[in-house]
Design a binder for this molecule. Structure first.
Ligand SMILES: [Zn+2]
Ligand SMILES: [Zn+2]
Ligand SMILES: [Zn+2]
Ligand SMILES: [Zn+2]
Ligand SMILES: [Zn+2]
Length: 281
């Protein structure tokens, strides 16, 4: 390089630093000579650290652009795809995609088709839980929806969690205890009436044996079919006679500490009409 050329190059260097874009570190002589679009992008914006392709003014056009086809992925897969990008732009509207939920909230709000909305939010593996599915019991619901990552309520479009298999939102809105039981347990449940505590265990078993689930009329909790009384209601009851009544029906006796004065024959006689005998203590 001659001295003259060297001076020429230095003048060019000053041009670079004082270009109207600030310190862009681009030689516009070379840039203007470049005809390849990719190469021009590289000169201006560098390369992507993930795929090593030229960046554009909005970052990497491969790694930073959320494609419509990405909506087929579930949330985890979307996150994995874009884990190296600090921000992601929507292919359709070039707005920034919500980085935590991974869908374009702008396009989502504009979309009117509920199925397409679900697709954007949940990927392709979602199922719509029909109101008629409440006729199924839990096992049948599990079988029907086992292949879906997400289950959405037909009524309110909220997500139904796989631990419950009923819409918690609709359930809370519902005030009718029969309808609530139906949502939770399907068709084959029965409400255990408080007056059924007058039945003994055997009679309760006979009355309710054909039901999958038995719910307490008072607190709506599910009853254990071995005991046939409501454990939560039993636990909050403080009266021992009422507790015994719940557990054993009307035919139980309370064995008094003073009964220890009786001999076996006398005790037998005193309590022979009771199915169950509870200790007073
Ligand atoms: Zn140059
Ligand atoms: Zn890239
Ligand atoms: Zn968009
Ligand atoms: Zn719902
Ligand atoms: Zn109860």
């Amino acid at each position: 390089m001659s001295l003259e050329e060297n001076i020429e190059e230095n003048i060019q260097l000053i041009d670079i630093i004082e270009s109207r874009f600030g310190f862009s570190f681009v030689c516009y002589n070379c840039y203007n000579k470049e005809t390849d679009c990719n190469e021009r992008n590289r000169i201006n914006h560098g390369i992507c650290k993930s795929c090593f392709k030229s960046n554009t003014s909005y970052g990497c056009s491969i790694c930073n652009i959320f494609k419509t086809s990405d909506y087929d992925l579930n949330l985890e897969a979307r996150k994995a795809t874009y884990r190296n990008s600090n921000y992601v732009l929507c292919e359709n509207c070039y707005e920034e995609v919500d980085y935590y939920r991974f869908y374009c909230t702008y396009c989502y709000d504009k979309e009117t088709d509920i199925n397409k909305k679900f697709h954007m939010k949940f990927g392709s593996h979602f199922g719509i839980f029909n109101t008629s599915d409440y006729n199924l019991n839990l096992k049948e619901r599990i079988v029907k929806y086992k292949d879906f990552n997400y289950i959405l309520c037909e009524e309110c479009n909220n997500e139904i969690f796989k631990e419950d298999f009923y819409c918690a939102y609709c359930y809370n809105e519902e005030t009718d205890i029969i309808k609530k039981g139906h949502m939770k347990f399907g068709l084959n449940f029965e409400i255990f009436n408080t007056f059924d505590y007058n039945l003994n265990l055997e009679e309760r078993r006979t009355k309710y044996m054909n039901f999958d689930d038995i719910l307490c009329e008072k607190c709506n909790n599910k009853m254990d079919k071995r005991n046939f009384y409501c454990a939560p209601c039993y636990n909050i009851e403080t009266d021992i006679t009422k507790k015994g009544h719940m557990k054993f029906g009307p035919k139980f006796g309370i064995f008094k500490t003073s009964d220890y004065n009786l001999d076996l024959e006398e005790r037998r006689k005193k309590y022979m009409n009771y199915d169950n005998i509870l200790c007073e203590e």
